[in-house]
Design a protein around this ligand. Sequence first.
Ligand code: BDR
Ligand code: CA
Length: 315
Amino acid sequence: KIPVIIDCDPGIDDVMALLLAFSSDELDIKLITTEPGNQTQDKTIYNARAFTSYMKQDIEIARGLNEPFFRRLEVAADVHGESGLGDITLPEPTIQESSRTAIDAMKDVLMNSPEPIVLIATGPLTNVGALFLAHPEVKEKISYISYMGGAAVGGNTTPTTEFNVFVDPHAADIVFRSGVPIVMSGLDLTHKSYVTVDEIAEIEELGTELAQHMSSLMKFYIHNTKQTPFHEENFETNIRIHDLCAVSYVITPELFKGDDYHVEVETEGRLTAGTTVVDYMERTGLPKNVKVLHTVDRDAFRNQFFNAIKKMDRQ
Ligand code: BDR
Ligand code: CA
């Protein structure tokens, strides 16, 4: 099994990523940590505890930082709702918040692990950035970071920034300069990693509560769907499950294609703070630190997600 830590900000697509991770026989989830992003820290940790309890998993969940490094937190209530989980209501969580902070827990799990761990990150990189500042020795224990965030071309928050990097560009900058290999599931990939509105019917036919919750979340999540010449057809009816990519890549890297580039995060730009600057014409001559994914076997990706819902339904 592949040992993983999941750092997230649930978040509609974050819980879908968690669901896929829970369903997988290939992953051994050592720890879940939360941070502010889609909603405040209090809400994201509550959602992580509620969803993990609902899925009957027994995993430590630790609280990360409460704010981005320098920027004022801007949450995405318009996309994920006031609670962070659209319009669904889950039972009260049975899993308690860990007595350790996310940074302490990540450090201990990493340093005590006999084998390298894959770090899956589906939120702003606030916790990972803080971890690297406080405990740089952990870097050697991470085989790579599977990260949902950034974009080679275009943004979903400003014209050039993707939401996760926009929330905390300074933390992202520390992580991208850390020397730890990064596999980036940015918008270039995640805009092609979708479920269509029509396909939701297959999930609804299962008729169970989990299927209903997933269907409600997917419907809530159709957002920012303005078609431009740069986007694929049917952009309005395709529900892009961004964070699922970061988990799916770890389980089935063969579904994805990408290339290695030097990538840096802009922290200061007048128009572009939070942009992942991808040197795809090799202008800088600097080392290639990021595998930027750009292509996915969409049908296989959709099937993997739906199979995860069906499998977890029966448990
Ligand atoms: C990312 O931002 C959040 O809204 C999603 O959970 C995802 O991590 C997409 O830009
Ligand atoms: Ca997220």
